[in-house]
Design a protein around this ligand. Structure first.
Ligand SMILES: Cc1cc2nc3c(=O)[nH]c(=O)nc-3n(C[C@H](O)[C@H](O)[C@H](O)COP(=O)(O)OP(=O)(O)OC[C@H]3O[C@@H](n4cnc5c(N)ncnc54)[C@H](O)[C@@H]3O)c2cc1C
Length: 548
């Protein structure tokens, strides 16, 4: 391995793959992309419904962390991708972008250059959308986006029922600014997952100026006189330092990026002192402001139309054959077949909740989550703009120790109100005439769960993380932010954060598209040479030693 590069990118996930592509486009610029996990060649990564088997703690392609739900509640597993493509290689392939007004609010709050005018341009530039180019979509870009095929009777009944409840059918849910329901846009192409690695890294792999290292853990950032000059890394038991002439960029995701900053001496001074880590910059917000969508998963018994039986026994074998020979059938479906954005109250200016409707239902057998043998649907729903804030903090100075994660879900009255209203709205949709021939009953949490308190509790007992962790290195123009609007870490030089950590608020939708669009925008900012210097929070208080 070379020891010195212009840019070092830590993490080959959704954001890191985009950055590696954009920053190495100039053959005169050298880039090192470092990924902890293995390559993404596993067949279950490529096969969309392979995620059922991939998402298992202990799988080498996933990070598995224990996260507290908050307020003394129990813990749950938070999984993240650990392979080329990062979480985009193990996610549900739902492709959503968020509402333009949400990015405009970022800009209005001082994040100049992050409004829809700029980020919308980045989305269009990266997309190759099956529906073709429009004001709202891009065509010809590296990211393939396909639509779930229309026409399944149960999906059609769901869409018709939504219409009866006042939610209109739309062709492209990403373009429906006032909400609607339609077939799911997906990062799937010709039946195969289209991860960030597939879209952005594969076309750049042959570049001689791009060095991609898998199976390599970054242990910390190395500073000299308050400037990030490289990273300490470990591969096959050997520890070394790779140096960056221009910048180190952390794209390790919303859990591991703040962890790396804290391990490197950039974070809350008291936390670092507790673990004996020399302080480089005292930034209280590193690891704070953790945002996550808290889902409810309504399970609905149906008479027909469920795909549960397609994923077991002989039918599963037949569907695997169909997938491997023709790239079609249920193994090519994303996490949900149908997607909706709804207003839980008519007076709201724009939708406040997302629904993903899947033609499967799950139960628990011997303590394990399994597909039900009976026919069922799952309606996953969440309030899109929560303001409950959790945290991520190192538990030790040992880079191999898992961080402490507190999701602190639904800790504000606002989040609880929207979440409760959402369940009532979902039930209203389920009661519509179009679904009467199908729906037998809501089995979980079930009709006995009726009061506000019971519904709020059901988000914990019959809910889940959405796997959308964000905000732990919040971008802002204010001195309390971790990164400035050029994504430079305050108080040090030569260091940026580019991943979902920087999101000042969660957007309406899943976070893979936003992670890639953020990286597209970041690459523009990095390559523009006239960026003004980031205002320092305070002068560096100490410098990490550089390894020989
Ligand atoms: C199970 C699951 C389902 C999801 N479903 C959807 C969906 O359907 N649609 C959607 O839009 N979003 C979905 N998401 C969310 C979305 O995929 C993520 O928000 C997004 O991919 C995050 O991108 P990122 O670049 O911030 O981080 P990641 O993509 O997580 O990338 C971080 C990378 O850094 C690497 N890394 C971390 N620490 C180190 C280290 N110390 N040294 C070296 N490498 C390191 C990791 O291994 C990883 O490859 C899902 C996520 C999960 C986990």
């Amino acid at each position: 391995m070379n020891q010195e590069y212009d840019f070092i990118i830590v993490g080959a996930g959704s954001a890191g793959c985009v950055l590696a592509n954009r920053l190495s486009a100039d053959p005169g610029t050298t880039v090192l992309l470092i990924e902890s996990g293995p390559a993404d060649s596993h067949a279950l990564i490529q096969m969309p419904r392979g995620i059922g088997k991939m998402l298992t703690p202990g799988n080498p392609h996933v990070w598995s962390y224990s996260a507290s739900k908050g307020a003394g509640r129990d813990t749950e597993d938070w999984l993240k991708g650990r392979t080329l493509g990062g979480s985009s290689s193990i996610n549900g392939m739902v492709y959503l972008r968020g509402h333009p007004a949400e990015y405009d609010a970022w800009e209005a709050a001082g994040c100049t250059g992050w409004g829809w005018k700029d980020i919308g341009r980045c989305y269009r530039a990266m997309e190759d959308h099956e529906l073709g180019a429009s004001e709202a979509r891009g065509a010809g870009g590296p990211l393939k986006v396909s639509m779930h095929p229309a026409g399944h009777p149960l999906c059609e009944a769901v869409i018709a029922a939504a219409g009866q409840a006042g939610v209109p059918r739309v062709d492209d849910i990403n373009a429906a600014l006032h909400g609607g329901i339609g077939y799911q846009p997906r990062t799937i192409w010709r039946g195969r997952r289209w991860s960030a690695a597939r879209a952005f890294l594969a076309p750049a792999r042959a570049r001689r100026n791009l060095d991609v290292r898998t199976g390599t853990d970054v242990l910390r950032v190395v500073f000299e006189g308050g400037r990030a000059v490289g990273v300490e890394l470990r591969a096959g038991g050997t520890v070394a330092v790779a140096r960056a002439r221009r910048e180190v960029i952390l794209s390790a995701g919303a859990l591991n990026t703040p962890k790396l900053l804290q391990l490197s001496g950039v974070g809350p001074a008291a936390l670092l002192a507790r673990h004996g880590i020399p302080l480089v910059a005292d930034i209280a917000a590193v690891g704070r402001h953790l945002l996550e969508h808290r889902c409810i998963m309504l399970q609905v018994r149906v008479r027909s139309g469920s795909l549960n039986r397609e994923f077991a026994g002989v039918r599963l074998l037949k569907n695997l054959l169909r997938y491997f020979t023709g790239g079609s059938g249920p193994m090519t479906h994303a996490a949900h077949e149908v997607c909706a954005f709804v207003k839980t109250r008519p007076e709201l200016a724009r939708p406040d909740a997302e629904l993903g409707i899947g033609l499967y239902s799950i139960g628990v057998e011997d303590g394990k989550i399994v597909l039900e043998k009976e026919q069922g649907m799952t309606w996953v729903g969440y309030f899109t703009n929560p303001d409950s804030e959790g945290s991520v903090a190192i538990s030790s100075a040992d880079p191999d120790a898992a961080p402490l994660i507190d999701a602190n879900y639904l800790s504000t009255a606002n989040d609880r109100r929207h979440s409760i209203d959402l369940v009532r709205f979902m039930r209203k949709m389920l009661m519509q005439p179009a679904l009467r021939p199908y729906v037998v009953a809501e089995t979980q949490p079930g009709p006995a769960c009726a009061s506000d308190e019971e519904i709020a509790e059901a988000f914990f007992t019959h809910g889940s993380t959405a796997f959308h962790a964000a905000g732990t290195c919040r971008m802002g123009a204010d001195p309390g932010a971790v990164v400035d609007p050029h994504l430079r870490v305050r108080g040090v030089e030569g260091l940026r954060v580019v991943d979902t950590s920087i999101m000042p608020t969660l957007i309406s939708g899943n976070t893979n598209g936003p992670a890639m669009a953020i990286a597209m925008r970041a690459a523009e900012l990095i390559l523009a040479s006239d960026s003004p210097a980031a205002p320092a929070v305070r002068p560096p208080a100490a410098t990490n030693a550089v390894l020989p």
